[in-house]
Design a protein around this ligand. Structure first.
Ligand code: GDP
Length: 460
């Protein structure tokens, strides 16, 4: 996701590197490159126009002309504005003050709602909540069963209409409130929320039906469910791979059900990212989560600032630390954070620990993509497989404790020994050391830069 946009933007900024002054024509050509990069990434035209307009205005203003390093100042402006179009501040879930928090999911069929329901339930469960899923998608054959499976994986309960009756509009069961049809999603949603109250669950996630395309019946149903259960949040799940069509779909749902937040799903795919960059801006609703794979753990809280940082290849060390905290034990994570703050260099021991934690978490590419300066290693990342990790691990394990903490001291004969010990070529060892050195350098730049890390190759 965002790879080619990221490459294009960082490529553009390289041209500004080291310039003592920026002329109006430098700025115009930079803006033109940014505009083309955004259009090629499928960003909606009005968003592109607004974005480039603001960047241009600020770039021509005093904050750049007076700056010591104008190139870097332009990067900062683009970063600020990217954060803005991605929604600005991180938006947290709006939790109910009394009774359970009710979260309704809406979106097209296949957008990833059911999968996301499980991920969100798991995330909230891990934070100490007691979530329950409610299967109000009675449209799609098997949707109820699928949600039950998802709930099972997430380790949370699922309220569903009686098996065998889902979707059958004349399937009728006696309830205390009179005779109602289990085929009625509004009733199922309402009953599910009612049950959650009685049984004292504190979060109810209601999965609703989607269709293959936006239509009135779908919107009516979603609206009826919304009115019946009065959710604290209506999250609109959108498949980031659908490109330009995302805008129209998002606007239709915004008008139809008036959602409160957006979930971008399938951000692990290699779509061009335009949907992600347009949806918040076009609907005025914040992106709250991203879904980054098919497993229940593949969910991230969406932070506009961190996403901007990833797009500009400045890394996302905060998310990296958080993910690590989940997989590392607390002590290791605290140590990693301390080192980062204390300006101590990361060593190969840290690297080994990180690597084994990362492997525990799975989804290696997404984790590595958060490392600063990874853009120029993207081709290697794309062809990354577990075996390569075994080789890297073997190389590090062939280093002595001294070498792991003093990578600069690893001279030719040490390199040959490490290569021999791990069954790789000396040039592979050289490559590893070179990349490690670059990562260390990036970490240092990030620390110095404070809020605004230096771009790779553009030390401030
Ligand atoms: P729903 O119809 O909206 O409930 O969509 P589903 O949750 O059934 O998802 C549709 C398909 O997309 C399934 O095959 C999922 O495994 C897949 N899927 C959902 N979320 C993601 C994601 O974040 N990444 C990837 N790669 N696949 C996903």
């Amino acid at each position: 996701m965002f790879n080619s946009l990221s490459d294009r933007l960082t490529g553009t900024f390289k041209n500004l590197r080291g310039k003592g002054r920026l002329t109006e024509s430098d700025i115009n050509s930079t803006i033109r490159d940014i505009r083309l990069a955004l259009i090629d990434a499928d960003v909606a035209t009005p968003v592109v126009r607004e974005f480039t307009g603001r960047v241009r205005q600020r770039a021509l203003g005093a904050e750049v002309s007076g700056a010591l390093n104008p190139g870097q100042q332009v990067v900062k402006i683009v970063n600020d504005e990217l954060i803005q179009i991605l929604g600005g501040e991180t938006r947290r879930l709006n939790m109910a003050k009394t009774g359970p928090t009710v979260i309704m999911l809406a979106g097209l069929q296949g957008s990833g709602k059911t999968t996301f329901a499980g991920k969100l339930a798991r995330l909230l469960r891990d934070q100490g909540h007691f979530p329950v899923l409610v299967a109000a998608d009675l449209q799609r054959p098997n949707a109820v069963r699928q949600l039950e499976v998802v709930a099972d994986r997430a380790g949370v309960p699922c309220f569903a209409p009686e098996r065998g009756n889902e979707g059958g509009h004349d399937a009728v069961t006696e309830t205390g409130e009179g005779t109602r049809s289990f085929g009625d999603p509004v009733w199922v949603a309402q009953a599910g929320v009612g049950q959650a109250k009685v049984r004292q669950y504190d979060v109810v996630i209601v999965d609703t039906a989607g269709r293959l395309a936006v239509d009135e019946a779908l919107m009516d149903q979603a609206r009826n469910i919304r009115d019946a259960i009065q959710p604290d949040e209506v999250l609109f799940v959108i498949d980031a791979m659908i490109g330009q069509a995302a805008i129209e779909t998002a606007l239709a749902f915004s008008k139809g059900v008036d959602f409160t937040g957006v979930v971008l799903s399938k951000l692990d795919g290699d779509a061009r990212g335009g949907a992600a960059l347009s949806v918040a801006s076009v609907t005025g609703k914040p992106i709250m989560y991203s879904s980054i794979g098919e497993q229940v753990k593949d969910i991230e809280v969406f932070h506009p600032d961190r996403m901007a940082s990833r797009i500009l290849d400045m890394g996302d060390v905060l998310t990296l630390i958080e993910q690590a905290e989940k997989a590392f034990d607390k002590r290791q994570a605290a140590e990693m954070q301390r080192k980062f703050m204390a300006e101590e260099d990361f060593t190969f021991d840290d690297f080994l620990q990180q690597m084994s934690a990362v492997r525990k978490m799975g989804n290696l590419k997404s984790i590595l993509g958060m490392m600063p300066g990874m853009a120029n290693m993207r081709d290697q990342l794309a062809s990354l497989d577990e075996k390569e990790f075994d080789r890297v691990e073997a190389m590090v394990r062939s280093m002595t404790p001294f070498e792991r903490t003093h990578p600069k001291q690893i001279n030719g004969s040490r390199r040959a020994r490490i290569a021999g010990g791990s069954g790789v070529t000396v040039s592979e060892v050289n490559q590893l050391l070179e990349r490690f050195g670059q990562a260390q350098k990036m970490m240092r730049q990030l620390r110095r830069g404070g809020g605004m890390p230096g771009m790779p190759g553009m030390p401030g």
